[in-house]
Write a protein that binds this ligand. Structure first.
Ligand code: RVP
Length: 500
């Protein structure tokens, strides 16, 4: 006879946190959101830990190299989408890894044979006022000069004037040598009153530009997620089909953490993929999922996964539950897997982080997910709304929106994510194509969300995530009390009431 779970499975909106004593030490400034992302032994430190418990979803509409840099700058990790060719995904990883904090690979480059008109057009297109002039116009070519707004006068100079005639030539440039540290670069910037310092190899090739404003930003971003080389930490999604080609290319490109991206991860395909990675590469970290129960968690942990992703069917664009009738309320799935994780830690001394993936609608859902045992969350819709997501911003009616489509939609054509073996390919969609309201910049929005999380943690008497997980008191709420939680029985002022 089939197994029945007779209790309904639940999701975040059905729970609230009950405050604990807030001590004087519990204030948002003292809260640390540091959290492990890969497994570690009791008493040891994980190889990778996040400074904020956020990851961006393995989706075309969410995580490319730009998102990876923007999120790592704030302390989280992006998993660059895998539903693209191996070459283009590896290229995105390479681009994101080439961003050293404070050191940027020049993105506006021309040759001396270009003209003032080309400079102005490039500036218009990119918004960058510093243009590196290299022998071949590439970002790593031999550096011949720099053009900034101080080198030309639009009102006087002919648009046909050659760049070579007005650039500041290399012989007059102050530059840093390969290997210079950020603080040495900053000293040169200050000593010579520069806005931008090129860093050049022994052969004279341009390596990076260091901008005064980026250095200031670096100083104000203490939570940046950096590797030992001061590059951002970058993740990437893989599938269980082409991993023998994809994984070596991503590792070559410098990826730090892999994750197998699948709507249902409790499968022998995932086991094979993990085994391939673990037996062919030293110390490469790989997460697996998604699962929604203890059995799925233990299976992938035994297979060697470094973290486990939880959630089936809760994603904002996901219609798996409607189409296939599989899934589980996100909170119930998380609570069961967190208990299995704690038990496994008790028994083996190995802590395997878990990630709650999908279905985060309100900021407080993140705090709830952490309190229920998640070490970090993965979000798609949340990040898709920002400038940094890869999709188009459009005006629909009076509102700005961004496009956002599921990996299981016809648009993404990511059939590997939903494959359950056989040769048939995919016959139906599991995701939709949609819009989300445009919300502005990632940093600004994230700042607000983080502040809310920290405040709630203080209400719960906790200044770290493990403390929150130990101390939280969580109550189920009735449908009626959910209504009570919003504004009710008042006339909201924005309803345009006209005066007498
Ligand atoms: P959300 O944050 O609610 O937008 O959910 C994002 C998650 O939804 C992803 O991380 C992934 O697990 C899932 N997803 C992505 N595409 C689809 C689909 O097309 N069904 N689902």
């Amino acid at each position: 006879m089939a197994h029945f779970y007779m209790e309904p499975s639940r999701t975040f909106s059905e729970f609230l946190l009950v405050p604990n004593l807030t001590t004087k030490a519990c204030n948002p400034a003292n809260v640390s959101l540091k959290t492990p992302i890969v497994k570690y032994k009791r008493g040891e430190a994980p190889k990778y830990a996040l400074n904020i418990p956020f990851s961006s979803a393995v989706m075309q509409a969410v995580s490319d190299d730009r998102m990876a840099v923007a999120l790592a700058r704030c302390g989280g990790i992006s998993f660059i989408f895998g539903s693209q060719s191996v070459e283009s995904q590896a290229e995105m990883v390479r681009k994101a890894k080439s961003y050293k904090a404070g050191f940027v690979v020049s993105r506006s480059n021309l040759t001396p044979d270009h003209t003032l008109k080309d400079v102005l057009e490039l500036k218009e297109r990119t918004g960058h006022s510093t243009v590196a002039i290299t022998h071949d116009g590439s970002p790593k070519g031999k550096l011949l000069g720099i053009v900034t707004g101080r080198d030309y006068r639009v009102s006087r100079d002919a648009q046909t004037k050659s760049v070579g005639d007005f650039m500041t030539p290399f012989s007059k440039l102050i530059y840093g040598k390969s290997g210079i540290t950020l603080s040495e670069a900053n000293d040169l910037i200050w000593d010579h009153k520069l806005n931008c310092l090129p860093v050049v190899s022994d052969e004279g090739n341009l390596e990076y530009l260091v901008f005064r404003k980026d250095y200031d930003e670096h100083k104000t971003n203490p939570t940046e997620l950096l590797d030992a080389n001061k590059s951002y930490i970058v993740g990437a999604g893989i599938n269980t089909k082409d991993y023998t080609e994809r994984v070596p290319a991503l590792i070559e490109a410098g990826v730090d953490v892999l994750v197998i991206d699948s709507s249902d991860g409790y499968s022998e395909w995932q086991k094979d993929t993990i085994e391939y990675v673990k037996s062919n590469f030293d110390d490469v970290k790989i997460g697996a999922g998604n699962v929604v129960d203890r059995e799925g968690f233990l299976y992938l942990v035994e297979a060697g996964a470094d973290f486990i992703k939880i959630g089936i069917g809760g994603g904002s664009i996901c219609i798996t539950r409607e189409q296939k009738g599989i899934g589980r309320g996100q909170a119930s799935a998380l609570i069961e897997v967190a208990a299995a994780r704690d038990e496994y830690f008790e028994q083996t001394g190995i802590y395997v982080p878990i990630c709650s993936d999908g279905g985060i609608v309100h900021d407080y859902h993140i705090t709830l997910a952490l309190a229920m045992g998640a070490d970090f969350v993965m979000m798609g819709r949340y990040f898709a709304r920002f400038d940094e997501s890869p999709t188009r911003k459009l005006k629909v009616g009076n509102n700005f929106v961004k496009e956002f489509w599921g990996e299981g939609s016809n648009r993404a054509r990511n059939w590997e994510r939903y494959d359950t073996g056989g040769k048939a390919g995919l016959m139906f969609e599991e995701g939709v194509d949609s819009y989300v309201p445009y919300a502005g910049s990632l940093q600004e929005n994230l700042g607000k969300t983080l502040h809310k999380i920290k405040s709630t943690m203080c209400n719960c008497g906790s200044i770290t995530i493990p403390e929150l997980q130990r101390n939280a008191r969580i109550t189920l709420v009735s449908a009626t009390s959910i209504v009570e939680g919003g504004a009710h029985d008042v006339i909201l002022k924005e309803n345009n009431i006209t005066g007498e």
